[in-house]
Design a protein around this ligand. Structure first.
Ligand SMILES: *[C@@H]1O[C@H](CO)[C@@H](O)[C@H](O)[C@H]1NC(C)=O
Ligand SMILES: *[C@@H]1O[C@H](CO)[C@@H](O)[C@H](O)[C@H]1NC(C)=O
Ligand SMILES: *[C@@H]1O[C@H](CO)[C@@H](O)[C@H](O)[C@H]1NC(C)=O
Ligand SMILES: *[C@@H]1O[C@H](CO)[C@@H](O)[C@H](O)[C@H]1NC(C)=O
Ligand SMILES: *[C@@H]1O[C@H](CO)[C@@H](O)[C@H](O)[C@H]1NC(C)=O
Ligand SMILES: *[C@@H]1O[C@H](CO)[C@@H](O)[C@H](O)[C@H]1NC(C)=O
Ligand SMILES: *[C@@H]1O[C@H](CO)[C@@H](O)[C@H](O)[C@H]1NC(C)=O
Length: 774
């Protein structure tokens, strides 16, 4: 790996990174995380009507701009929020609901690291006292860091600017605010180039922070851990949506103490109990026609604990997660459809280097059937689980790591930090895409194209893939022309929430799965919601900017027909209708470089524009996964596994990032298993003197890297090559002392594979110092 390619500017070029420079970079990534956490906490507090606490997240001179309202200072902001909500404040009374979600952040830190700007999509569902209200739009916020006593910094909101774009009550649905055409697009705080640079190059020399390498090591390790835990939480959601109970169970690892508590529903314990409970609550494995089981996850805050809970066995580290869930649930054949507004608070442990679920608490606040809405209380008692709000302000005050050793050099720490920065870069450029496509026209086409790498490929839904940025641009202008559209009567939004992001070992590339969540609004008719899935890749370019490398859009998995019927009343597609509609005129005039319907194999079967008969909600389309189970490492049981860049995997390998100096990001954990291997009888040794170590990657992935077996008396090492097939057998030295030995087997990882480890316990006969066989 070449140091010159790390993002962190301090490390770029020949100059070696200093500890102070690295400390500054750590603080900048932590800042970005805290800004997202402040905003998510603002949303989480609204669910409980805690408007004063929301106002306390502002700076003393903070301003709330809500449409044409302007309020200054926490005191006034709290009062305004409270009055604006009125009865619809989420407090315990029938029908009272205030679920606000702020999603799809694109945050840019200022060069001095002291202020930031962030764009968000937001939705608010309120009810109470018989009334309902829905609002949606764009937030353009400003943030500032405030020094507190003891030198601790804290991020606060300086300006919260809400551009309301659609609103309405439940009965009539939402429409454009004011029933007008949209004119100007809510101003973007960033340029296309800046969208890929959430943290710009720092200016000046860093102050002497007085931090140690151990502290910095721990803080970077926690940032890396946050990424894994957030992925795990988001991956949970995708498995639950498809009722993949086998996959869900595997997220608890192989131990037997997992707990899922669904308030007012039940407490499910252990692998069998969890599966049975979830089946009873949500239905059997898999989806059948007409079943919608969407659980949209928003505002996830991850906190890595300082200490592990001594009650929990084998925990190397622990973490807590807090978030908001909006459920769109139903079974069209049974005539049921409901909304479920919940919060969740879950705990996680790290074991053998792999994060896994420990327990889950889901607390439904309002469950309402679609036909009645939530204005009069819903159909279930409100949860009485006391919500926790995680303290996200402690990242910079961690004790030194016990896992970071003095051999972790500064360049190595810098590499690890660049992987967490990559997570941010990938999320940022992903959301940049959605924000541009929302307001697509000739002008937005150039912005949308500009966030692609010159060698990128991008799908045009129902048609195919265009390869190179120029072709992506030309395809867009073929559809939308080159000039900006002065007004538009409606918008279909392209939210990309709930990302699962896998970052390469060198922090220069990433694979991302995110929802396509598409609320639509119009001037005259009530809005609708639809859902699809994105499978993307992104790369860090030579100018230090994140760019899209590959964009695949699987749509639609489900859709509302209209507001009145919701997701319940959608007619099944006529069995006698043609398998596929004729291609759009535009794509015939400007043919893709790879048509969906020429992609042999299973990948595009059932998609509109793809192969075979297209599948349309309420029929159930196959769901693809680009990653393996984040805990068990297994591929989806039905084989719906398609890693990396979608057109590259089987059809256009030459479009792949590894052909252009980027590493292919890992697809999941690398499982390492160390176990006894019997001798072959030729030795005077007893069985159990051989330890075999196997390293299991994903399908088609080659294991190369160093395996080490280390105990108090031994240190054995072997370099695996492709020919070893991921397995090595070590013969233990004959002079090891009798008694108990704990051996740790580690795999170093490679350009493609994550590192991994396992332990094995060994008791040799004979007392201390005696030779075996004596
Ligand atoms: C502010 O906007 C609301 C509705 O959007 C409107 O009713 C009100 O008249 C406006 N107030 C001012 C001062 O423009
Ligand atoms: C809506 O809820 C009521 C109970 O409040 C129930 O009687 C009715 O069947 C539900 N309708 C649907 C479509 O689920
Ligand atoms: C989950 O585990 C954490 C940590 O041990 C514990 O504090 C919490 O009470 C547990 N929650 C449930 C629902 O078991
Ligand atoms: C990097 O920046 C230079 C100068 O602006 C530009 O010519 C080049 O195309 C950029 N590289 C990429 C990959 O966009
Ligand atoms: C909604 O769709 C249904 C068919 O699913 C149709 O019968 C009904 O007229 C539509 N309602 C409106 C308001 O468009
Ligand atoms: C048995 O194992 C030993 C040590 O690994 C090896 O040298 C020997 O060739 C093996 N014998 C047979 C018959 O496989
Ligand atoms: C076992 O023998 C090796 C050399 O053959 C030596 O390096 C090692 O120190 C010995 N270990 C013990 C525990 O005596």
């Amino acid at each position: 790996m070449r140091l010159s390619h790390f993002f962190f500017w301090a490390a770029a070029g020949a100059a070696a990174v200093t500890l102070d420079e690295l400390a500054r970079d750590v603080e900048r990534v932590e800042s970005l995380r805290e800004i997202k956490d402040v905003t998510a906490t603002f949303a989480q507090l609204a669910q409980f009507g805690r408007y004063r606490d929301m106002a306390d997240l502002f700076t003393d001179d903070g301003v709330l701009l809500w449409g044409n309202i302007s309020v200054t200072g926490p005191e006034a902001i709290g009062k305004w929020l409270e009055e604006d909500a009125g009865d619809m404040n989420g407090m315990i009374r029938p029908g009272s609901l205030d679920t606000l979600v702020l999603a799809t952040p694109l945050v840019n830190l200022a060069a001095d690291g002291k202020t930031a700007k962030g764009r968000w999509n937001g939705w608010r569902f309120q009810g109470g006292g018989g009334k309902t209200r829905m609002q949606g739009g764009i937030w353009e916020n400003e943030y500032a860091v405030v020094m507190e006593e003891g030198g601790r910094w804290r991020w606060r909101v300086r300006v919260m600017r809400y551009y309301g774009l659609y609103e309405g009550d439940y009965e009539k649905g939402w429409r454009n605010v004011g029933g007008r055409d949209f004119g100007t697009v809510p101003e973007f705080h960033y340029s296309a180039e800046e969208a890929g640079v959430p943290i710009p190059k720092a200016v000046g020399t860093p102050g002497a922070g007085g931090v140690t390498e151990g502290e910095i090591g721990r803080r970077i390790e926690d940032l890396n851990d946050e990424d894994e835990v957030r992925n795990l939480q988001h991956a949970w959601g995708y498995y639950v949506d498809r009722r993949l109970w086998g996959e869900v169970g595997e997220l608890f690892g192989s131990h037997d103490w997992g707990v899922v508590k669904v308030d007012n529903v039940g407490v499910f314990e252990g692998p069998g109990g969890i599966r049975e409970g979830l089946e009873r609550w949500m239905g059997p494995e898999g989806l059948s026609q007409g079943v919608l089981n969407e659980h949209l996850i928003f505002d996830t805050v991850v906190k890595i604990r300082d200490e592990v809970d001594p009650e929990v066995p084998n925990a190397e580290k622990m973490a807590d997660v807090r978030g908001i869930e909006i459920g769109l649930i139903g079974d069209q054949d049974k005539g049921t459809a409901s909304w479920r507004f919940s919060f969740f608070q879950n705990s996680f442990i790290k074991r053998n280097g792999i994060w896994q679920f420990l327990n889950v608490t889901i607390a439904p606040l309002v469950v309402a059937n679609y036909s009645d809405g939530w204005g009069n209380g819903g159909v279930m008692p409100r949860s009485t689980v006391a919500p926790v709000f995680l303290d996200y302000t402690t990242r910079s005050t961690k004790k030194p790591s016990t896992q970071t050793t003095s051999t972790d050099s500064l360049p190595e720490l810098s590499r690890r930090l660049s992987r967490s920065y990559a997570y941010e870069g990938a999320e940022s450029i992903s959301n940049a895409y959605g924000f541009y496509i929302d307001f697509i026209d000739g002008a937005a086409c150039s912005l949308m194209a500009a966030i692609h790498h010159p060698l990128a490929n991008k799908e045009s839904p129902f048609a195919g893939f265009y390869h190179t940025r120029q072709r992506v641009l030309d395809a867009c202008t073929a559809s939308y022309g080159t000039s900006s559209r002065p007004t538009r009567s409606g918008i279909s939004f392209h939210w990309r929430p709930q990302p699962v992001i896998h970052v390469s070992q060198d922090g220069r590339s990433a694979s991302l799965r995110a929802r396509l969540l598409q609320p639509a609004t119009d001037k005259t008719s009530a809005g609708t919601i639809r859902g699809g899935m994105y499978h993307d890749q992104m790369v860090l370019d030579e100018n230090g900017s994140w760019k899209l490398w590959s964009v695949t859009i699987d749509e639609f998995y489900w859709a509302m027909n209209n507001w009145t019927e919701g997701w319940g009343g959608v007619e099944v597609r006529d069995k006698n209708a043609p398998d596929q509609p004729p291609p759009r005129d535009l794509v015939r005039q400007f043919p893709p470089d790879l048509w969906l319907n020429e992609m042999e194999g299973e990948r595009e079967i059932g998609f509109m524009g793809g192969r075979g008969r297209y599948v349309s909600w309420p029929e159930i389309q196959r769901m693809w996964f680009g990653y393996r189970n984040p805990v068990s490492g297994g591929v989806p049981k039905d084989g719906s596994y398609w890693p990396g860049c979608v057109p590259c995997y089987q059809h256009k390998p030459e479009w792949g990032m590894t052909k252009h100096s980027w590493q292919e990001p890992p697809t999941g954990p690398t499982l390492v298993r160390a176990m006894f291997a019997a001798g072959n009888g030729s030795s005077e040794w007893d069985d159990g003197t051989f330890i075999s170590v196997s390293v299991t990657p994903g399908p088609g992935e080659v294991v190369e890297g160093v395996v080490r077996l280390v105990g108090r008396e031994i240190e054995l090492e072997y370099e695996l090559s492709e020919a070893d097939g991921g397995r090595v057998t070590f013969e233990l030295p004959r002079n090891m002392s009798g008694g108990f030995h704990m051996l740790e087997a580690t795999f170093s990882g490679s350009n493609r594979l994550n590192p991994g480890r396992d332990t094995v316990d060994l008791t040799l006969p004979g007392g201390p110092g005696s030779l075996l066989g004596d």
